[in-house]
Design a binder for this molecule. Structure first.
Ligand code: NIG
Ligand code: FE
Length: 419
């Protein structure tokens, strides 16, 4: 018999069961499927059963007899949190720009002057593979400590074939050697290199003709993302880049309507993107089209908070039938945080989401945003045993006591990695 683990007698086990086929929408985002005084049995890295201890003991006596046991009395158990949008692999920090923004300069002004994404691109290009690996590994360790068990990771600080490959290969190696699961996105279209910005077309062509085919050939990414924003990539360039990726099997994602309304949500629907992310300034028409075409809205309230901008209208999206996920957008410029728990607080307090909705948005819907809901995102028999035990007596405490880390124990593929 393989290795087994029992988490027993948790005050609440939040399973999120029942939404593995389709993301939770509208009222479904309130359905947490909670088992009071519940237990979870795992074997060989997978969930064997979820329920009351007495029921599990009856059915799985032998496995339980040989299982390691964690007593979760008074605590709350949820699926491992999933962060579906990060810029994990990069070098350096930009606290100088933070200070400039506090004095009144805007994010785009700083970027147009050669800072912003360009500053991190310079630092990332200068960093060798091992430095990038080490910096990113530390971030993954912190993600674990805060209850995240899977992250999406974007390239986009290389902006040339070789440099983008370097970033993506760091993510592949981390996925191999770190217990965290990492799902990769190619984002060569994160910015036009500073020396080409007056004539972006050759760069767009390199993304389409050189980078996408090579990234796909080496199987380095599952998704293809583009920063569709005035002064970065136009909707037309974004469409061409996303369609080119699709031809090579890379599923479209898009940074849409972050700074200005720019037709990004509409474009996401047109190209059947799996998600449109940010959406601070998405139009009503764009939101309607996303709902019609089942495009996930990945909302990043940490970015609105940190850029001192208006928050995305989560209520309008959820009430309009857009499935919503939440993410940190972890990056050194617009959201230097690794705490998805804080993002949940912001979801409630700044975007009018309910504590139930923010849980759906960081578990099962986040899994759908990266096309992983068949094996993660909920506590159901047969799924990967990625689980968090929070040291709180009920799930409401998660978004109530804010700015704190409530994690007690993190279990990854059936093995404790934190706690
Ligand atoms: O999601 N908007 C574009 N990209 C990132 C920020 C990257 C950076 O500033 O380094 C974002 O906000
Ligand atoms: Fe981003």
């Amino acid at each position: 018999m393989g290795q087994s683990l029992l988490i027993k007698n948790a005050a609440q086990v939040v399973t999120m069961a029942g939404h593995s086929e389709q993301p939770a929408k509208r009222d479904e985002m309130q359905e947490l499927s909670i088992i009071e005084n519940g237990s979870v049995l795992m074997q060989d890295g997978q969930i064997k059963a979820v329920g009351k201890l007495a029921e599990l003991e009856q059915q799985y006596q032998e496995i339980i007899a040989g299982a390691e046991t964690i007593d979760a009395t008074g605590k709350t158990v949820t699926p491992g949190l999933i962060d579906p949008h990060t810029h994990l692999v990069h070098a350096g920090t930009r606290e100088n720009e933070y200070a400039m923004r506090l004095k009144g300069q805007s994010y785009m002004e700083i970027m147009n002057a050669g800072g912003g994404i360009h500053a991190t691109t310079r630092a990332t290009r200068e960093a060798d593979f091992d430095q990038l690996y080490d910096e990113s590994k530390q971030r993954l360790d912190t993600f674990f400590q805060y209850g995240v068990t899977t992250v999406e990771s974007k390239s986009g600080y290389g902006l040339s074939l070789g440099q983008e490959l370097k970033q993506l290969e760091v993510a592949v190696k981390l996925n191999q050697y770190h217990a965290m699961d990492i799902v990769s996105t190619f984002m060569g279209a994160h910015a036009v290199p500073i020396d080409e910005r007056d004539n972006p077309e050759p760069f767009v062509r390199r993304v389409i003709d050189e980078m996408i085919p090579e990234v796909a050939r080496r199987k380095l990414a599952k998704f293809n993302d583009v920063f569709c924003e005035r002064g970065v990539f136009t909707p037309d360039q974004s469409r061409r880049i996303l369609e080119a990726g699709r031809e090579y099997g890379l599923v479209p994602k898009i940074h849409a309507d972050e700074i200005e309304p720019y037709g990004g949500a509409e474009l996401a629907a047109e190209v059947s993107a799996i998600s449109a992310d940010h959406l601070l300034k998405a139009s009503d028409e764009g939101i309607r089209k996303m709902a019609e075409n089942d495009v996930m809205g990945v909302l990043l309230p940490g970015t609105a908070f940190f850029l001192m901008a208006e928050f995305a209208d989560a209520r309008k999206m959820i009430d309009g039938g857009v499935p919503v996920a939440l993410s940190t957008d972890a990056n050194p410029g617009s959201s230097p945080t690794l705490s998805l728990q804080f993002i949940m607080n912001l979801g409630c307090l700044k975007m009018g989401m309910t504590p139930e909705e923010v849980l759906a948005a960081t578990t099962i819907n986040a899994a759908h945003a990266i096309d992983c809901a068949d094996h993660i995102g909920s506590l159901e028999a047969g799924k990967q045993a990625d689980i968090v035990i929070f040291d709180i007596p009920n799930y409401l405490m998660l978004s109530y006591q804010y700015g704190m880390n409530h994690v007690d124990t993190v279990v990854k593929r059936g093995e404790p990695v934190v706690g």
